[in-house]
Design a protein around this ligand. Structure first.
Ligand code: ATP
Ligand code: MG
Length: 420
């Protein structure tokens, strides 16, 4: 679980601001749901035979003896919220949220125990139009962020019915190769053999490569849905690769699944993953409603931003206010508060905690301010302040206090490094 330090937070804010604006422009509304839910919700939604439920959940009993879990993903909680707030009833919802998720994984670069996701859900629309639009939204986000090293993989998981026949084939195949299966896979063979395809164990690669493909067993409607999605992506101009091995780690997906992957982050190559979950809401006790969504790994996207050099610098001060003398020190704070009223978009750093001129100017320099305003007892008595440019050779000048805000704005607008 990581600290995000002030020096790193600029990239986070850039991603969050960009996503917030983009999502609003596509008609998505923010929803905020709890970080803790009943354990049973995740077991039902995500599936018993998944890595997440089998070994990654932070589960505890609260004082009332209820089993609760820190959310490992956001979709289940959002669907629970739509159900418990009576928001389904044939309605559509386009929703997003951002926040921490918790999984007890082996920590490594790009894989953490508390990590953050931007989660986006479109509920009540069967697709494939919304599937294509969601993917277009993510492609646009990469463009806006200046992220180039990502590519799109898609697949269709068909319907639960079409999966049933495939499941039998898959069990048959893996039984015939049982000696090559690891312990996890042997356990999943009966419970959920498709999970084996999602194994991260490199020793399983060869046996998985020979397994029958779900894409060869799609029902006609799912095939049509998938073909329409592919055609839409082509018409928008989004390159993609059909990856028939893409099954995704959570059980609730049906039909469309997709993943944006990168070659820039080593083994942790998925930056944004999602898919359709037409059966999930009914499975959780809500009225049957189709849905599709995705989750983006914030830490991984932030790392791509850093690598691409797209990290905004922290915002420098515009004005550093140097105060000297007993009266001026006392008056300084009132003066700066008035300046903040008049110039609300400017950053003022008032010298706090005293110090001689030399120390104050050193702090002024470190603040990055373009201007210093100097207020001493003598200036105060005459109703003026001194204004001194810090980043060019222009000399110091005096300004009557009532005109100070205008003089500061004029000097900053003309200065070499304007704030915006
Ligand atoms: P992975 O294959 O990397 O384990 P996943 O299939 O478990 O990912 P999802 O549950 O679909 O991932 O989560 C969506 C996104 O969240 C992933 O694409 C990834 O960017 C990010 N993510 C998942 N787990 C972690 C983690 N432990 N630390 C950081 N980011 C993560
Ligand atoms: Mg995982």
């Amino acid at each position: 679980m990581n600290d995000v330090l002030p020096a790193e937070v600029g990239a986070w804010q850039r991603l969050e601001d960009c996503a917030r604006e983009l999502l609003a422009s596509y008609g998505y509304e923010e929803i905020r749901v709890p970080v803790v839910e009943h354990t049973a919700l995740f077991k039902r939604a995500i599936g018993e035979y998944t890595d997440v439920v089998e070994k990654e959940m932070y589960t505890f009993s609260d004082q009332g003896g209820e089993s609760l879990t820190l959310r490992p993903e956001a979709t289940a909680g959002i669907m629970r919220s739509l159900i418990s707030n009576g928001m389904l009833r044939g309605q559509r919802h386009k929703l997003w949220c951002v926040g921490p998720m918790f999984r007890h994984e082996r920590p490594q670069k790009g894989r953490y125990r508390q990590f953050n996701q931007i989660d986006v859900e479109a509920v009540g629309i069967p697709g494939p139009d919304v599937d294509a639009e969601l993917i277009a939204l993510t492609a646009r986000l990469w463009r806006r962020l200046g992220i180039e090293r990502v590519r799109l993989e898609i697949n269709s998981l068909g319907t639960p019915e079409s999966r049933r026949a495939y499941r039998e084939k898959l069990i048959g195949y893996f039984r015939a190769h049982e000696s090559s299966l690891d312990a996890d896979s042997r356990r999943r063979l009966e419970g959920n053999p498709m999970r084996i395809l999602d194994s991260k164990n490199p020793e399983m690669r060869a046996v998985i490569a020979g397994a029958p493909l779900l894409t060869d067993h799609l029902d006609p409607q799912s095939r049509e849905h998938f073909d329409a999605l592919c055609a839409a992506l082509e018409s928008i101009g989004i390159p993609f690769r059909v990856n028939p091995r893409l099954v995704r780690g959570l059980d609730y997906y049906s039909r469309t699944v997709f993943e944006w992957i990168t070659d820039a982050l080593g083994a942790q190559d998925a930056v944004c993953s999602g898919g359709r979950y037409d059966g999930l809401i009914a499975q959780l006790g809500g009225e049957p409603t189709p849905g599709i969504g995705f989750a983006m790994g914030v830490e991984r996207v932030v790392e791509l931003l850093v690598q691409a050099g797209h990290v905004p610098a922290g915002r420098a001060a515009d004005v550093y206010v140097v105060v000297s003398g007993v009266r001026a020190s006392a008056a300084g704070i009132g003066l700066v508060e008035r300046l903040r009223d008049e110039l609300p978009r400017r950053r003022f750093d008032l010298n706090l905690g005293g110090g001689n001129f030399k120390a104050q100017f050193r702090r002024a320099d470190r603040s990055g301010a373009a201007l210093a305003v100097i207020l001493g007892d003598d200036e105060l008595a005459r109703g003026v302040a001194a204004v001194k440019p810090l980043r060019n050779e222009a000399g110091q000048s005096e300004c009557p206090l009532p005109e100070l805000a205008a003089a500061i704005e004029a000097a900053l607008t003309g200065a070499a490094a304007p704030a915006e």
